[in-house]
Design a protein around this ligand. Structure first.
Ligand code: 3PG
Length: 306
Protein backbone atom coordinates (compact mmCIF):
# COMPACT_ATOMS: atom_id res chain seq x y z
CA UNK A 1 0.00 0.00 0.00
CA UNK A 2 1.21 3.57 -0.69
CA UNK A 3 1.85 5.53 2.51
CA UNK A 4 2.44 9.29 2.37
CA UNK A 5 4.85 10.66 5.01
CA UNK A 6 4.82 14.44 5.45
CA UNK A 7 6.61 15.14 8.74
CA UNK A 8 10.09 14.17 10.00
CA UNK A 9 9.84 10.54 11.07
CA UNK A 10 12.17 8.08 12.77
CA UNK A 11 14.19 6.12 10.19
CA UNK A 12 13.60 2.74 11.90
CA UNK A 13 9.84 3.30 11.66
CA UNK A 14 10.07 3.96 7.92
CA UNK A 15 12.28 0.88 7.51
CA UNK A 16 9.69 -1.22 9.37
CA UNK A 17 6.94 -0.02 7.04
CA UNK A 18 9.05 -0.77 3.96
CA UNK A 19 9.94 -4.24 5.19
CA UNK A 20 6.21 -4.90 5.71
CA UNK A 21 5.89 -4.35 1.94
CA UNK A 22 4.47 -0.80 1.92
CA UNK A 23 5.60 1.86 -0.52
CA UNK A 24 6.59 5.13 1.17
CA UNK A 25 6.02 8.45 -0.57
CA UNK A 26 7.90 11.19 1.30
CA UNK A 27 6.79 14.83 0.85
CA UNK A 28 7.89 16.97 3.76
CA UNK A 29 5.96 20.08 4.71
CA UNK A 30 3.06 19.90 2.25
CA UNK A 31 -0.27 21.43 3.28
CA UNK A 32 -3.69 22.13 1.77
CA UNK A 33 -4.15 21.43 -1.93
CA UNK A 34 -0.52 20.32 -2.25
CA UNK A 35 -1.05 17.76 0.51
CA UNK A 36 -4.26 16.54 -1.14
CA UNK A 37 -2.42 16.19 -4.47
CA UNK A 38 0.39 14.24 -2.79
CA UNK A 39 -2.24 11.89 -1.30
CA UNK A 40 -3.42 10.75 -4.75
CA UNK A 41 -3.18 6.96 -4.80
CA UNK A 42 -2.17 6.82 -1.09
CA UNK A 43 -4.38 4.88 1.30
CA UNK A 44 -2.42 5.94 4.36
CA UNK A 45 -0.92 9.14 5.76
CA UNK A 46 1.76 9.19 8.47
CA UNK A 47 2.21 12.56 10.21
CA UNK A 48 3.38 14.33 13.35
CA UNK A 49 1.83 17.63 14.42
CA UNK A 50 2.87 19.98 11.63
CA UNK A 51 0.74 18.50 8.84
CA UNK A 52 -2.81 19.85 8.94
CA UNK A 53 -5.30 17.17 7.94
CA UNK A 54 -8.25 19.47 7.34
CA UNK A 55 -11.77 18.68 6.14
CA UNK A 56 -10.78 20.13 2.77
CA UNK A 57 -7.73 17.86 2.48
CA UNK A 58 -9.87 14.85 3.45
CA UNK A 59 -12.47 15.84 0.86
CA UNK A 60 -9.83 16.06 -1.87
CA UNK A 61 -8.17 12.73 -1.01
CA UNK A 62 -10.67 9.99 -1.86
CA UNK A 63 -8.07 7.19 -1.70
CA UNK A 64 -7.16 7.91 1.93
CA UNK A 65 -8.32 5.28 4.46
CA UNK A 66 -6.14 5.84 7.53
CA UNK A 67 -4.19 8.65 9.20
CA UNK A 68 -1.62 7.80 11.87
CA UNK A 69 -0.18 10.56 14.02
CA UNK A 70 3.18 9.58 15.55
CA UNK A 71 2.69 11.45 18.82
CA UNK A 72 -0.11 12.55 21.11
CA UNK A 73 -2.07 15.65 20.05
CA UNK A 74 -4.71 15.17 17.38
CA UNK A 75 -5.62 18.84 17.06
CA UNK A 76 -4.01 18.86 13.59
CA UNK A 77 -6.57 16.34 12.31
CA UNK A 78 -10.21 17.23 11.68
CA UNK A 79 -11.61 14.23 13.54
CA UNK A 80 -15.26 14.92 12.67
CA UNK A 81 -14.47 15.16 8.96
CA UNK A 82 -12.38 11.98 9.15
CA UNK A 83 -15.23 10.14 10.89
CA UNK A 84 -17.73 11.37 8.31
CA UNK A 85 -15.50 10.12 5.52
CA UNK A 86 -14.78 6.84 7.34
CA UNK A 87 -11.05 7.54 7.53
CA UNK A 88 -9.52 5.84 10.58
CA UNK A 89 -7.34 8.07 12.80
CA UNK A 90 -4.83 6.80 15.37
CA UNK A 91 -2.19 8.36 17.60
CA UNK A 92 0.52 7.02 19.93
CA UNK A 93 -0.37 8.73 23.22
CA UNK A 94 2.07 6.88 25.47
CA UNK A 95 5.18 7.34 23.35
CA UNK A 96 6.36 10.78 24.36
CA UNK A 97 4.88 11.38 27.83
CA UNK A 98 8.23 11.03 29.62
CA UNK A 99 10.02 13.27 27.11
CA UNK A 100 7.47 16.05 27.58
CA UNK A 101 7.63 15.67 31.38
CA UNK A 102 11.42 15.95 31.31
CA UNK A 103 11.19 19.11 29.20
CA UNK A 104 8.79 20.64 31.74
CA UNK A 105 11.52 20.42 34.37
CA UNK A 106 14.22 21.52 31.95
CA UNK A 107 12.23 24.66 31.21
CA UNK A 108 11.15 25.23 34.79
CA UNK A 109 14.68 25.02 36.18
CA UNK A 110 16.00 27.12 33.29
CA UNK A 111 13.39 29.76 34.08
CA UNK A 112 13.86 29.71 37.87
CA UNK A 113 17.70 29.69 37.69
CA UNK A 114 18.03 32.10 34.73
CA UNK A 115 20.10 29.54 32.84
CA UNK A 116 19.58 30.98 29.36
CA UNK A 117 20.64 34.60 30.03
CA UNK A 118 23.35 33.50 32.50
CA UNK A 119 24.90 31.19 29.92
CA UNK A 120 24.63 33.82 27.18
CA UNK A 121 26.31 36.40 29.47
CA UNK A 122 29.14 34.06 30.40
CA UNK A 123 29.77 33.20 26.75
CA UNK A 124 30.12 36.93 26.15
CA UNK A 125 32.69 37.10 28.94
CA UNK A 126 30.43 38.36 31.78
CA UNK A 127 30.59 36.49 35.13
CA UNK A 128 27.19 37.55 36.55
CA UNK A 129 27.03 35.44 39.70
CA UNK A 130 24.99 37.78 41.88
CA UNK A 131 22.65 39.00 39.15
CA UNK A 132 21.19 35.56 38.56
CA UNK A 133 20.00 34.46 41.97
CA UNK A 134 17.17 32.00 41.43
CA UNK A 135 14.59 29.96 43.32
CA UNK A 136 14.43 26.34 44.48
CA UNK A 137 11.63 24.05 43.38
CA UNK A 138 11.61 22.22 46.73
CA UNK A 139 8.74 23.29 48.96
CA UNK A 140 6.86 24.98 46.13
CA UNK A 141 3.42 23.93 44.93
CA UNK A 142 2.99 22.66 41.41
CA UNK A 143 -0.49 22.72 39.91
CA UNK A 144 -1.17 20.40 37.01
CA UNK A 145 -4.02 21.18 34.69
CA UNK A 146 -4.66 17.87 33.04
CA UNK A 147 -3.77 14.63 34.77
CA UNK A 148 -3.42 12.14 31.94
CA UNK A 149 -0.23 10.35 30.96
CA UNK A 150 1.95 13.46 30.74
CA UNK A 151 0.55 15.16 33.85
CA UNK A 152 1.25 12.01 35.87
CA UNK A 153 4.84 11.75 34.63
CA UNK A 154 5.30 15.40 35.64
CA UNK A 155 3.81 14.67 39.08
CA UNK A 156 6.22 11.79 39.71
CA UNK A 157 9.20 14.02 38.87
CA UNK A 158 7.85 16.91 40.93
CA UNK A 159 7.68 14.62 43.94
CA UNK A 160 11.37 13.82 43.51
CA UNK A 161 12.01 17.60 43.61
CA UNK A 162 10.10 17.77 46.94
CA UNK A 163 7.32 19.87 45.46
CA UNK A 164 3.72 19.69 46.65
CA UNK A 165 1.61 18.50 43.73
CA UNK A 166 -1.98 19.48 43.06
CA UNK A 167 -3.93 18.53 39.96
CA UNK A 168 -7.23 19.26 38.27
CA UNK A 169 -8.65 17.25 35.42
CA UNK A 170 -12.35 17.63 34.65
CA UNK A 171 -12.17 14.90 32.02
CA UNK A 172 -10.72 12.20 34.26
CA UNK A 173 -13.48 9.69 35.10
CA UNK A 174 -11.67 8.11 38.07
CA UNK A 175 -8.61 9.25 40.02
CA UNK A 176 -5.72 6.79 39.54
CA UNK A 177 -5.33 5.05 42.95
CA UNK A 178 -1.51 5.15 42.87
CA UNK A 179 -1.68 8.98 42.85
CA UNK A 180 -3.40 9.37 46.22
CA UNK A 181 -0.49 11.66 47.25
CA UNK A 182 -1.48 14.24 44.62
CA UNK A 183 -4.00 16.77 45.98
CA UNK A 184 -7.02 16.69 43.71
CA UNK A 185 -8.86 19.93 43.06
CA UNK A 186 -10.65 21.88 40.40
CA UNK A 187 -9.21 24.66 38.30
CA UNK A 188 -10.84 27.39 40.38
CA UNK A 189 -9.28 26.25 43.66
CA UNK A 190 -5.97 25.36 42.06
CA UNK A 191 -5.16 28.71 40.45
CA UNK A 192 -4.68 30.88 43.57
CA UNK A 193 -2.71 28.21 45.41
CA UNK A 194 0.09 27.23 43.07
CA UNK A 195 3.60 28.58 42.54
CA UNK A 196 3.88 26.81 39.19
CA UNK A 197 0.99 26.05 36.84
CA UNK A 198 1.83 23.42 34.20
CA UNK A 199 -0.62 22.62 31.42
CA UNK A 200 -1.20 19.09 30.17
CA UNK A 201 -4.49 19.25 28.30
CA UNK A 202 -5.27 18.59 24.65
CA UNK A 203 -6.43 21.51 22.51
CA UNK A 204 -10.17 21.07 21.93
CA UNK A 205 -13.04 23.55 21.60
CA UNK A 206 -13.50 23.17 25.39
CA UNK A 207 -9.87 23.95 26.29
CA UNK A 208 -9.14 26.72 23.76
CA UNK A 209 -8.36 29.88 25.71
CA UNK A 210 -8.99 28.05 29.02
CA UNK A 211 -6.29 30.13 30.71
CA UNK A 212 -7.37 33.69 29.98
CA UNK A 213 -7.29 37.06 31.71
CA UNK A 214 -9.69 35.98 34.47
CA UNK A 215 -7.74 32.82 35.29
CA UNK A 216 -4.35 34.58 35.21
CA UNK A 217 -5.70 37.29 37.53
CA UNK A 218 -6.56 34.60 40.09
CA UNK A 219 -2.96 33.36 40.24
CA UNK A 220 -0.29 34.60 42.67
CA UNK A 221 1.79 37.40 41.18
CA UNK A 222 4.97 35.44 41.87
CA UNK A 223 3.68 32.30 40.15
CA UNK A 224 4.92 31.04 36.79
CA UNK A 225 3.18 29.19 33.96
CA UNK A 226 4.70 26.31 32.01
CA UNK A 227 3.03 25.36 28.74
CA UNK A 228 4.24 22.23 26.98
CA UNK A 229 0.70 21.33 25.84
CA UNK A 230 -0.75 23.57 23.12
CA UNK A 231 -0.42 27.31 22.67
CA UNK A 232 -4.14 27.71 22.09
CA UNK A 233 -4.99 26.57 25.64
CA UNK A 234 -3.65 29.93 26.87
CA UNK A 235 -4.91 33.32 25.70
CA UNK A 236 -1.54 34.70 24.57
CA UNK A 237 -2.69 38.33 24.70
CA UNK A 238 -3.83 37.90 28.31
CA UNK A 239 -0.58 36.12 29.17
CA UNK A 240 1.42 38.95 27.61
CA UNK A 241 -0.48 41.54 29.66
CA UNK A 242 -0.05 39.57 32.89
CA UNK A 243 3.69 39.13 32.34
CA UNK A 244 4.20 42.77 31.37
CA UNK A 245 2.25 44.15 34.30
CA UNK A 246 3.84 41.90 36.92
CA UNK A 247 0.58 40.07 37.60
CA UNK A 248 2.54 36.90 36.76
CA UNK A 249 6.28 36.44 37.37
CA UNK A 250 7.26 34.32 34.39
CA UNK A 251 6.40 31.78 31.73
CA UNK A 252 8.12 28.86 30.04
CA UNK A 253 6.57 28.16 26.66
CA UNK A 254 7.25 25.26 24.31
CA UNK A 255 4.09 25.83 22.27
CA UNK A 256 2.32 28.73 20.57
CA UNK A 257 -1.12 29.37 19.17
CA UNK A 258 0.50 29.70 15.72
CA UNK A 259 3.68 27.76 15.06
CA UNK A 260 6.19 29.03 14.25
CA UNK A 261 5.06 32.18 16.10
CA UNK A 262 7.19 34.66 14.11
CA UNK A 263 8.35 37.83 15.90
CA UNK A 264 5.90 37.39 18.78
CA UNK A 265 5.87 39.99 21.63
CA UNK A 266 5.99 37.18 24.23
CA UNK A 267 9.42 36.25 22.90
CA UNK A 268 10.74 39.72 23.70
CA UNK A 269 10.00 39.52 27.43
CA UNK A 270 12.92 38.81 29.77
CA UNK A 271 10.63 36.76 32.05
CA UNK A 272 9.75 34.33 29.23
CA UNK A 273 11.81 31.34 28.21
CA UNK A 274 10.73 29.69 24.97
CA UNK A 275 11.53 26.63 22.86
CA UNK A 276 10.25 25.57 19.42
CA UNK A 277 7.79 22.79 20.40
CA UNK A 278 10.53 20.41 21.50
CA UNK A 279 8.42 18.30 23.90
CA UNK A 280 8.62 15.13 21.83
CA UNK A 281 11.86 15.97 20.08
CA UNK A 282 14.13 13.38 21.63
CA UNK A 283 15.63 10.43 19.79
CA UNK A 284 13.93 8.17 22.35
CA UNK A 285 10.45 9.66 21.95
CA UNK A 286 10.70 9.65 18.18
CA UNK A 287 11.87 6.03 18.12
CA UNK A 288 8.96 5.00 20.36
CA UNK A 289 6.34 7.07 18.53
CA UNK A 290 7.63 6.09 15.08
CA UNK A 291 7.72 2.37 15.72
CA UNK A 292 4.34 2.38 17.45
CA UNK A 293 2.87 4.37 14.55
CA UNK A 294 4.41 1.96 12.02
CA UNK A 295 2.90 -1.04 13.86
CA UNK A 296 -0.53 0.62 13.99
CA UNK A 297 -0.35 1.37 10.27
CA UNK A 298 0.74 -2.16 9.39
CA UNK A 299 -2.14 -3.65 11.45
CA UNK A 300 -4.74 -1.21 10.16
CA UNK A 301 -3.73 -1.63 6.52
CA UNK A 302 -3.78 -5.42 6.90
CA UNK A 303 -7.39 -5.17 8.09
CA UNK A 304 -8.44 -2.60 5.49
CA UNK A 305 -6.94 -4.47 2.56
CA UNK A 306 -7.95 -7.98 3.74
C1 3PG B 1 2.53 15.63 20.60
O1 3PG B 1 1.35 16.01 20.58
O2 3PG B 1 2.84 14.43 20.42
C2 3PG B 1 3.62 16.62 20.87
O3 3PG B 1 3.12 17.92 21.01
C3 3PG B 1 4.72 16.57 19.84
O4 3PG B 1 4.29 16.96 18.59
P1 3PG B 1 5.25 16.78 17.31
O5 3PG B 1 5.31 15.30 17.03
O6 3PG B 1 4.55 17.53 16.22
O7 3PG B 1 6.60 17.33 17.67
Amino acid sequence: VKVLVTDPMDAAALARLRSAGHELVEHRGVQGAELAAALAGCQALLVRGATKVTAEVLRLAPDLRVVVRAGTGLDNVDLDAARARDVAVHNTPAANAISVAELVFGLLIALERHLVPASADLKRGHWEKTRYQGRDLAGRTLGLLGFGRIGREVAVRARAFAMTVRAADPLLPAWPPEFGWVQRGDIETLLPEVDVLSLHLPLTPATRGLIGARELARMRPDAVVVNCARGGVVDEEALLRALRSGALRGAALDVFAVEPPGPHPLLELPNVIATPHLGASTADAQARAGLEAADILIDTLARITA
